[in-house]
Design a protein around this ligand. Structure first.
Ligand code: NI
Length: 135
């Protein structure tokens, strides 16, 4: 019997979507307002889920206090109130789209979650736009 447990989190961050190897016209065509050279911010909402068997001794799939602390250390401390392009090394050569941010978050958390558990990251960039990555 597999059960999925989830923890919600939140961070604010600024970004700009562009490719330095494309000219301004091409960047505007592809990325539109998100190519604003002065950056813009989002209120990101995150749902991190861990799935697996319920531990017979504890009754937990994973202690959500442990997951909460992990999200704070690996995600919030690294990304909250940051300019993703300029201040977060993960995006030095990676466009900080919602897709890529979700993958970066998953990669940061995965080594800290038990190998026999599944990990899924859902990242909302706006209340209506969200992406899901589960490895
Ligand atoms: Ni944006």
């Amino acid at each position: 019997m597999k059960v999925k447990v989830s923890r919600k989190a939140h961070f604010n961050a600024a970004h700009r979507l562009y490719r330095p190897d494309w000219d301004d016209q091409k960047n505007d065509e592809v990325f539109g307002k998100c190519n604003n050279p002065h950056y813009h911010g989002h209120n990101y909402e995150l749902v991190v889920s861990v799935s697996g068997e319920i531990d017979k001794a504890t009754g937990f799939v994973m202690d959500l206090k442990v997951l909460k602390d992990l999200i704070r250390e690996q995600v919030e401390d690294a990304l909250d109130h940051k300019n993703l392009n300029l201040q977060v090394p993960d995006f030095k050569n990676l466009n900080p789209t919602a897709e890529n941010i979700a993958v970066v978050i998953w990669n940061r958390l995965r080594p800290h979650i038990a190998k026999d558990k599944g990990l899924e990251v859902v990242l909302y960039e706006t209340p209506r736009n969200f992406v899901t990555y589960s490895g």
